[in-house]
Design a protein around this ligand. Structure first.
Ligand code: G1P
Length: 290
C-alpha cells in the first residue's frame, strides 16, 4: 500500500461568508489568536506525516505564498533588535524549500474542480485533501487519525461528524451501511441534501484521503449542487468501485469560514494559549457576567 505523502489544500475560495473581512485578503490568512488558518491546517498535515503540501490557489491569493516564504526586511529588523523569540516564531512559518507547491484554479467551478487542478502535482498515489476553513485544535488532529486508519484499511476515507438534521443542506452527507467502531461503510454520499432527503445526519468534514482514480471521475464530472463541480459527486461514484469508509472524528472542529465559527475558534484557542489564557479568561468571565 502506498503511503499518503501529499495533501491538496484548496485556497482559491472567495470567503463570501465573512465579507468584507476577506474583500482584500485571502480568508485562509484570517488569524485565530496569532496564526492564520492555513498555518493550523498545514501543521495538522505535517503532524500526520505529510511531506508535500499542494496549494490550489487563485487570483488575489499571493499573500499566502508570501506567508510560506522568508520576509527578509522583517527578519533582519527583528534580528537587529534582538527580538529572538519573535524571530524564531516567524522563521517557523518557512517550510523546507520545495515542500510547498502551488497551482491555480483559474475559475471558481467548485471543490471538485479545485482538487482536479492538482492532478499533475499529485500523480499516481493516494493523497489527502484538507479544507482550510475548518481547523481542529485538539491533538492529534483528524488527519493523523485518518492516516492511521488508512494504514490498516486502505482505500478512500472521509471524515464525518454528526450534526442536527436541519443542518444537512450545508454539507456533504453520507448514507451509512455498516459501522465498526469509528469506521462506517457507505452506500453513497450526497452534496447538500435538504433535511427531508438527507440519508443520515453524518456530515462530511473537510478532511479526505483519496485514491488517484478520483481524478478521472472529476475530469468528466457534470455540475452538481449549486451548479458547481462537486467532490462529493465523484466520491460517490468512486464508492461503488473502491473501498470507501467514513471515519467518525471525535473532538472539536471550528468552521472558521463562518463568523460564529471564527469567533468560537478565537475563544477556544485564546483560552488555551499559555501567554494569554489567564488574562483572557478573567476578561471573558467578567464580560459574560456583566
Ligand atoms: C465542502 C464540501 C462538503 C463538506 C464541506 C465541509 O462544502 O463540498 O461536502 O461537507 O466542504 O466543510 P463547502 O463548504 O465548500 O460548501
Amino acid at each position: 500500500m502506498k503511503p499518503v505523502r501529499k495533501v491538496v489544500i484548496p485556497v482559491a475560495g472567495l470567503g463570501t461568508r465573512v465579507l468584507p473581512a476577506t474583500k482584500s485578503m485571502p480568508k485562509e490568512l484570517l488569524p485565530v489568536v496569532d496564526r492564520p488558518l492555513i498555518d493550523y491546517v498545514v501543521a495538522e498535515a505535517r503532524e500526520a506525516g505529510i511531506e508535500q503540501v499542494i496549494l490550489v490557489t487563485g487570483r488575489g491569493k499571493g499573500a499566502i505564498e508570501d506567508y510560506f516564504d522568508h520576509a527578509f526586511e522583517l527578519e533582519t529588523t527583528l534580528k537587529e533588535k534582538n527580538k529572538t523569540a519573535i524571530l524564531d516564531n516567524v522563521l517557523k512559518t518557512v517550510p523546507v524549500a520545495g515542500t510547498v507547491t502551488y497551482t491555480r484554479q483559474q475559475a471558481p467551478l467548485g471543490l471538485g474542480h479545485a482538487v482536479w487542478c492538482a492532478r499533475e502535482l499529485v500523480g499516481d498515489e493516494p493523497f489527502a485533501v484538507s479544507l482550510p476553513d475548518e481547523i481542529v485544535p485538539d491533538r492529534p488532529g483528524f488527519l493523523k487519525q485518518m492516516v492511521e486508519a488508512y494504514s490498516s484499511i486502505g482505500g478512500n476515507i472521509v471524515a464525518v461528524e454528526e450534526v442536527p438534521l436541519e443542518e444537512t443542506s450545508k454539507y456533504g452527507v453520507i448514507a451509512p451501511k455498516a459501522r465498526k467502531g469509528s469506521l462506517i461503510e457507505m452506500t453513497g454520499m450526497v452534496e447538500k441534501p435538504a433535511p427531508e432527503n438527507a440519508p443520515s445526519n453524518f456530515r462530511i468534514i473537510g478532511r479526505y484521503i483519496l485514491q488517484p482514480e478520483i481524478f478521472s471521475l472529476l475530469e468528466k464530472q457534470e455540475r452538481g449542487a449549486g451548479g458547481e463541480i462537486q467532490l462529493t459527486d465523484s466520491m460517490n461514484a468512486l464508492n461503488s468501485k473502491q473501498t470507501f469508509h467514513a471515519c467518525i472524528c471525535e473532538g472539536v472542529i471550528h468552521d472558521c469560514g463562518s463568523k460564529l465559527g471564527w469567533l468560537q475558534a478565537n475563544l477556544d484557542l485564546g483560552l488555551k494559549n499559555p501567554e494569554l489564557a489567564s488574562a483572557f479568561k478573567a476578561y471573558a468571565s467578567a464580560r459574560l457576567k456583566g
